[in-house]
Design a protein around this ligand. Sequence first.
Ligand code: GLU
Length: 448
Amino acid sequence: MPPRLRFAPSPTGYLHVGGARTALFNWLYARRHRGSFILRIEDTDVQRSSDEMVTGILDGLRWLGLDWDEGPEVGGAHGPYFQSERLERYRAAAEDLLRLGHAVRDEGAIRFKVPEGRTVFVDAVHGEIRFENEHIEPFVILRSDGHPTYHLSVVVDDIDMAITHVVRGDDHISNTPKQTLLYQALGQPAPTFAHVPLIMGPDKKRLSKRHGATSVIEYERLGYLPAAMRNFLALLGWSPGSGDQEIFTRDELVARFTLEGISGGNAVFNTEKLDWFNQQHLLRLSDAELIQAVEPSLTAAGLWREAFLGPEREWFASVLALLGPRAKRLTDLTDHLRPFILDPDHYDADATAQYLSSPDLVDHVSALRTEIARCAFDEASLEQTLRGVAEARGIKPALLIHATRIAMTGRMVSPGLFEMLALLGRERVLARLDRLRERLTTSRGLTA
Ligand code: GLU
């Protein structure tokens, strides 16, 4: 029988990093064993749940590429299951438990009667876990307003949805004995539980907003690739065992994932490590994938041009090939791409003060312009030309290099200058050098 797993978020907050990792582990196990992955929104707490949070959770899962298999059809796709639509089912189960003598009604609520003895379950990560029942207080399963508590709805749903494995955070270990007792009382086998260690910040405290972004979708905005985030999250608390491979595609993760590989110790969320994963995944993208990946952030920055998919495609791919290796995030790429798309609208004040103050500079730049107007327009010739002009005028090449870089980008840093000039093309290079000469002669508004 293929396994059936689920991700069961409560829509009382966004999809945070820990929740996304839980979803990922369940999804990986389901996909590895050709089972099913079910999405169930646990929205019985009407006051604290919101549609906006549901949308956010779905967006986060879609961004990470975690598709779910079942659920009522909405617009040709599967929507998740909602617990709020199953309230009758929980009420019926509570009545069953009353009838079977496993529950009592007190002041309107229905409370589970904890039997004597001890409750034992075997956790796939932690091994056998025992609880003395005398430490489990008789707990409410149905509130007086007819709403189930979490323990009842989660167990009823996991039974009805034939869930075979429950992978969830360690913070749920203390809930498991109560749920185990409910399975027993309802005469149903409990699923295999795998409690996953929590995610800590670098200071070993539970990951929270203090450590930076905790919402998964925020990472999209920050310029991370879903493939990198998935890879990074997968290795937070899970290890593929042998070998030192760290970069995994989605299919490789699916092929390698096991519950045995989940570690019992807490995992640390380290942003530098995430950056490294992102850089590695960026480097592995094909031209077409990279173009697709930068489009949204370029569009948001007003820098996207349809021509990048048409007549300028080859040129754009070369620019990305030049910039790609230095970028950690897509937002870095957007930033570095700007001068390839737009003329600088101002020169950085520090750059101006540091490199554009020499009185003869305008003459040097004019000489350079004259030569660049007629030299062969490739990287090597451009470099030769600039060095030749410097030598002829008895100045350091760095003087012209800095000035040219500022003319092209408005800043002090850029990718390799000559590669950049070659990609910008003669017309734009000359126009930007002219702009610099103009600014140097008027010497007014240099930084404006
Ligand atoms: N709704 C619960 C939560 O978000 C689900 C817990 C579980 O997976 O059983 O924590």
